[in-house]
Design a protein around this ligand. Structure first.
Ligand code: SAM
Ligand code: DTB
Ligand code: SF4
Length: 333
């Protein structure tokens, strides 16, 4: 299957779809790619990857949980939901000084983007104003800023844009068909509405999902089709491998075949050739060899830092050794 994409197309276009990119993926198209022999699929993904990116460059984002736990939503994967009995404590919103201290440390360690996450269904006005100050302070350090704090109104999205927020992360999480098995307190349509508000504000969209929650292969493809058929491809696409946390309903779910995971990364690269594909949660349990295959299949970003939001991540020391072994250079991609 041929994938059209111009080499010199701009990476993002706030106004709408980028010429040359496809937004009409069908299940049949995705299944045809997924059924390719592994070598053919990874070769196609890597060929497309190097048309648009330096294949030896990797973008590093560091996460900080600015408001942890006590979330009213019932996302089955999430240790921060009040509905699940996990070890994650409920904490108040951090103050700006603590956030700036963490952002400085992330910058010193080599991250180019700082992502702040809050365990909310949607932000309340007083908290929102506090977060605006954090965005301004982190931006002033010369870092790219990213935020994830649940649903946003059109007005909130444009105020964040006005404050200098570069990216808003809001994931689809899974296919529309499997969605009801995972979350009942927020609809798939709610997610699309927030994404529309973020897109219309002119901010870059960070949107992806999770694999390994017990979904079928068809669900994974359906999620990628939803992402690739959005009016504009998300500028950043995080692919998370479920971190199974004790006390959550998904704690006992079975492992997915690592090579199937690489196939999903390859499909993400092929279906959204100009997007930065982030190998996200779950890296702590991945071997160096699996990391290498994911980078070969087109992943060119990771969460960098010893912690994600509440869960552990591959350590900074380990990542540095890995990048050295692979000859990967950290920086903007
Ligand atoms: N509360 C906000 C929301 O859900 O919109 C923002 C924070 S939430 C933790 C951000 C994303 O992290 C989720 O949409 C999900 O994709 C991912 N995530 C959360 N827990 C995870 C886990 N245990 N394993 C993998 N990804 C996870
Ligand atoms: C995303 O797609 N993954 C990140 C980020 N966006 C906010 C979060 C992963 C969370 C993993 C579980 C935890 O640390 O609590
Ligand atoms: Fe709350 Fe976000 Fe966790 Fe869902 S994923 S329970 S909305 S913090």
């Amino acid at each position: 299957m041929q994938v059209q994409a111009d080499t010199d197309t701009p990476r993002s276009s706030p106004a709408g779809p980028t010429p040359g990119l496809r937004h009409d993926w069908s299940m049949q198209d995705a299944q045809a790619l997924y059924a390719l022999p592994f070598n053919d699929l990874v070769f196609q993904a890597q060929s497309l990857h190097r048309q648009h990116f330096d294949p030896n460059q990797i973008q590093l984002s560091t996460l900080l949980s600015i408001k942890t736990g006590g979330c009213p939503e019932d996302c089955a994967y999430c240790p921060q939901s009040v509905r699940h009995d996990t070890d994650v404590p409920s904490e108040n919103l951090l103050d700006t000084t603590a956030v700036v201290t963490a952002a400085r440390a992330a910058r010193a360690a080599g991250a180019t983007r700082f992502c702040m996450g809050a365990a909310w269904r949607r932000p309340k006005e007083a908290d929102f104003q506090q977060v605006l100050k954090m965005v301004e302070a982190v931006k002033a350090l010369g870092l790219e800023t990213c935020l994830t704090m649940g649903m946003l109104t059109e007005d909130q999205a444009s105020r964040l844009k006005g404050q200098g927020l570069d990216f808003y992360n809001h994931n689809l999480d899974t296919s529309p068909e499997f969605y009801g098995e995972i979350i009942t307190t927020r609809t798939f349509q709610d997610r699309l509405a927030t994404l529309e508000h973020v897109r219309n504000s002119g901010m870059a969209v960070c949107c992806g999902g999770i694999v390994g929650m017990g979904e079928s292969a068809q669900d994974r493809l359906s999620m990628l089709i939803q992402l690739a058929n959005l009016p504009r491809h998300p500028e950043s696409v995080p692919i998370n491998l479920l971190v199974r946390v004790e006390g959550t309903p998904l704690y006992e779910v079975s492992d997915i075949d690592p090579l199937e995971f690489v196939r999903i990364i390859a499909l993400t690269r092929i279906m959204m050739p100009l997007s930065v594909v982030r190998l996200s949660a779950g890296r702590d349990d991945m071997s160096d060899e699996l990391h290498a295959l994911c980078f070969l299949a087109g992943a060119n970003s990771v969460f960098y830092g010893d912690r994600l939001l509440t869960a552990g991540n591959a350590s900074v020391d380990r990542d540095r050794r890995l990048f050295e072994r692979l000859g990967l250079k950290a920086g903007p991609v």
